[in-house]
Design a protein around this ligand. Structure first.
Ligand code: SAH
Length: 383
């Protein structure tokens, strides 16, 4: 099966060449067949790209000279360009990566004693308009290509000196950066298959997590397409409040979301789903909200909750819950026997925390303009 070749992401560099980061293993094999080469050659090249992080065909020494010259003339390995990168005091690292047309996206690396997690973006901006998320204020611009999604990992791996199967600096990937990954399904699945592939970054299924605001039909489609872990952004366990916070809930209310999660678990009996719950002062952090969440979790007994203290950004009307309230909320859930983790806030001195990613260099969307106008008029409070 041949795959449609995407337009190179950086025309200045690529001059009509094909970006090899746009292919998963099967796609690359098909492409090699298309250019008259044996498919196993594709796998040799893949190892160079993902294990050795090599973008220069001339250095792929076990690939024949003629093929190297042919690749050089027609292809390139094109990760996104780093506009700047920044380290936080706690070791968190953020990359602002340039896309075409003045857009940019962000990727964030979060080192912990036993693992290193890379948070990857799936879209430039986001159209879901979750009220407490900074990315929403810039509106939706476009989907990222496969090369732009896997390229974030390539750039971070190169910077960190990650060596697949030897020196793993990136042990986990979470699709929790900018955008709704299930609305960029094909490219995100291809990129995740490169994260999982032994000839790619070789990560186990439980170490690659896709986070969704709850696109019910796409959750089903994902369970059939690839083996990865699932996180669902819940934030409220009653429909009225959830619709206010996550407008997508109007289309796919909690009952339907619950059914989709049950189907996911039925298909993948050994996996669990993580429900993300961002705690906002006086909004969704009261004992009654915890009780609603407990009732919701009773239907999904093998699942867990990840509490995220709200991360403020300029112009937001929300505030982070007090430390005592957060602790009480967690205790209430734990006492009900629900596995509940509290996510430590990382990298907030460089705006790299959840919901603070907003990589625009140039912003032309209507929602952004409206938001700024409302900000000027004092309709939204400064964070
Ligand atoms: N669209 C996907 C992935 C991106 S958001 C999704 O909705 O899951 C990644 C996580 O960060 C989500 O759980 C999101 O709700 C949360 N988040 C967004 N804004 C936040 C903020 N300001 N503070 C804390 N968490 C936030």
């Amino acid at each position: 099966m041949n795959q449609v070749v995407q337009i190179p992401t950086d025309p200045a560099d690529a001059a009509g060449k094909v970006n090899l980061l746009d292919f998963d293993r099967q796609g690359l094999r098909d492409f090699f067949t298309q250019i008259g080469e044996k498919p196993y050659r594709a796998e040799q090249v893949m190892k160079w790209i993902y294990h050795h992080l090599e973008s220069d065909f001339a250095k792929m020494t076990d690939v024949g000279k003629a093929l190297r010259a042919k690749l050089d003339a027609t292809c390139y390995v094109g990760p996104p360009k780093t506009l700047f990168d920044k380290a936080a005091a706690d070791g968190t690292h953020k990359w602002l990566l340039g896309m075409d047309g003045g857009n940019a996206i962000e990727a964030v690396y979060i080192p912990e004693p036993t693992r290193g997690t890379l948070c990857v973006s799936s879209q430039v901006g986001c159209g879901l308009n979750c009220q407490f998320c900074s990315t929403a204020t810039q509106g939706f611009n476009r989907n990222l290509s496969t090369a732009e999604v896997i390229g974030q990992m390539w750039v971070a791996a190169k910077y960190l000196g990650n060596i697949t199967h030897q020196n793993r600096r990136i042990t986990n990937v979470v699709m929790m950066g900018m955008g709704e990954p299930l609305l960029n399904f094909d490219n995100v699945v291809k990129a995740m298959s490169l994260m999982r592939d032994d000839l790619g970054f070789g990560l186990a299924s439980k170490r690659v997590t896709l986070s969704t605001a709850g696109l019910v039909p796409m959750i089903d489609k994902l369970s059939e397409a690839i083996d990865v872990s699932l996180a669902v952004s819940l934030h409220a366990a009653n429909d009225e409040l959830r619709t206010e916070l996550v407008p997508l809930n109007k289309r796919y209310p909690i009952a339907e979301l619950t059914e989709a999660c049950l189907r996911w678990i039925a298909r993948k009996p050994r996996t669990s789903i993580t429900f993300e719950y961002t705690l906002m002062k006086g909004v969704n952090d009261q004992p009654e909200h915890a009780r609603q969440l407990i009732r919701f979790m009773r239907k999904l007994p093998t699942c867990k909750v990840n509490l995220i203290p709200f991360n403020p950004f300029p112009g937001t009307r929300f505030e982070r819950s007090d430390a005592d309230t957060i602790r009480a909320f967690q205790t209430q859930l734990l006492n009900a026997g629900i596995l509940t983790m509290l996510r430590r806030t990382r990298g907030d001195d460089i705006d790299a925390a959840c919901g603070q990613l907003k990589g625009q260099v140039l912003d032309r969307t209507r929602r952004q303009a409206e938001f700024l106008k409302r900000l000027d008029q004092g309709a939204v409070h400064a964070g």
